[in-house]
Design a protein around this ligand. Structure first.
Ligand SMILES: CSC[C@H]1O[C@@H](n2cnc3c(O)ncnc32)[C@H](O)[C@@H]1O
Ligand SMILES: [Zn+2]
Length: 443
């Protein structure tokens, strides 16, 4: 058999089927797709490859999928810390966005975020931000898989003036990227408190027509619930249900405020949840009942949220936090075992985003979206179970190689399609501009 690349690894963890760890196996890539997974000894006899990669202390896992982020916000990292969500948004982030959002800001911020994600093993991200067309272009240049939010919010921005304009631009974005293999555009109304009924109804109609998912912040804080009760006489989820939003194409991010009945109704609708534990902890927004949601049959994926509320885009770290917090919230150490959390960061995310046929597990025929983690260093020795170390012990600096669609984006920790020095210089320029603006604003 002929292959473009043959990777021999100490372990291959396909994620699907669950709980499988393949020892001394090899993975073959042909024309961007996984063409075979078989014992290394057999691969050496049967497969002729143009390139052979030896990873003797490494685990190959499906590329991690960050199911909710705001990539350009990397330029706001550390600018407003230790605040509750509404103060953070209305007193710091939205004023900064009003001043700074432009195609240049989005290009530079999203590029920095993509470099950080690739260096930490993420091969696909689901983004929600202004100028998603720019983020899409940067993602194509970087070679990373991206889901772009066709955003909608009641406020005017540098991207769009009103809901008609947001939705016109959404449809153009969808058209622009419809034939791009690594890019997908999905609806992204911001939150129940920031989008009115009429545009939400239009989103539901368009999502049905185009067969695309809807991704939205929902039940993030207790304040969101009380404000909705005051304004609409309903909890946000009940209002969204009346607008027919929940369903197998609906992705609710956060969900920290949930009653038992709401969990049952949400599970029955077939909707998905994206859990962002570190952002929820840092903003003290509340705790998502992940174990209860999984028990009810809800598909739960994992996201970092933006770097301005997390403050990193490290999915390995996010997995550890999700596992620990999930046990704490359930008051049960058996809740959220490591393998379950790895599934949340891979196959569950692919399922939520409608990408399950393409990515999310290491399976013959799927795209070669692969992350290699070096478990050789003393920080992950001795080793009894590679999945345990990936979730509980390994740091993102142990990610050695990353492939997306068979393209080698990170090789022995070197970014292959991005200029590291330029990324740093560019971040430095934004730092100067933002510091100067904050000083002039304060005086
Ligand atoms: C319409 S573009 C996205 C919009 O969302 C803001 N944002 C970032 N993080 C959060 C969060 O955790 N909850 C709510 N809104 C958030 C971002 O600043 C943009 O304005
Ligand atoms: Zn968010």
């Amino acid at each position: 058999m002929q292959a473009d690349i043959l990777i021999h690894a100490r372990w291959i963890i396909p994620v699907e089927p669950p709980d499988q760890v393949l020892d001394h196996h090899a993975l073959a890539i042909h024309q961007g797709r996984i063409s075979a997974i078989l014992p290394s000894a057999q691969a050496r006899e049967q497969i002729t490859a143009e390139r052979v990669v030896e990873l003797p202390d490494h685990a190959l896992i499906p590329g991690l999928i960050n199911a909710h982020t705001h990539t350009p916000m990397n330029l706001f990292r550390g600018m407003a810390d230790d605040l509750p969500l509404m103060d953070w948004l209305t007193r710091h982030i939205w004023p900064a966005e009003q001043r700074w959002i432009s195609p240049e800001f989005v290009a530079d911020g999203s590029r920095l975020a993509m470099a950080e994600m690739i260096r930490s093993g993420t091969t696909c991200f689901n983004d929600m931000y202004f100028f998603p067309d720019v983020t899409g272009q940067v993602a194509q240049d970087a070679g990373i898989r991206a889901v772009l939010g066709m955003i909608l919010i009641d406020f005017p921005s540098a991207w769009a003036t009103d809901s008609d304009d947001y939705l016109d631009k959404a449809l153009k974005l969808h058209d622009q990227f419809r034939n791009e293999p690594l890019i997908k555009a999905i609806f992204a109304p911001h939150a129940p408190y920031s989008v009115s009924d009429a545009p939400l109804q239009r989103v539901r109609t368009l999502a049905n027509e185009l067969d695309l998912p809807i991704h939205m912040h929902v039940h993030e804080t207790a304040d969101e619930i009380s404000q909705s009760l005051e304004q609409f006489g309903q909890r946000p989820l009940a209002r969204l249900e009346a607008l027919n939003l929940p369903g197998p194409d609906f992705i609710a991010v956060h969900m920290t405020q949930l009653q038992d009945q709401e969990i049952e109704r949400f599970a029955a609708s077939g909707s998905h949840v994206v859990h962002c534990p570190e952002s929820n902890l840092k903003l003290a927004s509340g705790f998502c009942p992940v174990a209860q949601l999984l028990e009810a049959g809800v598909n739960v994926a994992l996201g970092t949220d933006g770097a301005a509320s997390n403050n990193d885009l490290d999915m390995l770290g996010e997995m550890k936090t999700a596992a620990l917090l999930g046990k704490g919230v359930a008051q049960n150490p058996e809740a959220l075992p490591a393998a379950r959390v790895l599934a949340m960061a891979t196959i569950n995310a692919a399922r939520a985003l409608g990408l399950e046929q393409e990515t999310g597990s290491l399976k013959t025929g799927k795209a070669a979206d692969i992350t290699a983690i070096d478990l050789g260093p003393l920080e992950t020795r001795p080793l009894f179970d590679p999945v345990s170390h990936i979730v509980y012990a390994a740091g993102r600096e142990q990610v050695s190689d990353v492939w997306v669609n068979g393209c080698h984006l990170l090789q022995e920790r070197t970014l292959m399609r991005m200029d590291h020095a330029r990324l740093l210089a560019n971040a430095g320029q934004w730092q100067e501009k933002l510091i100067e603006w904050r000083q002039s604003d304060a005086s």
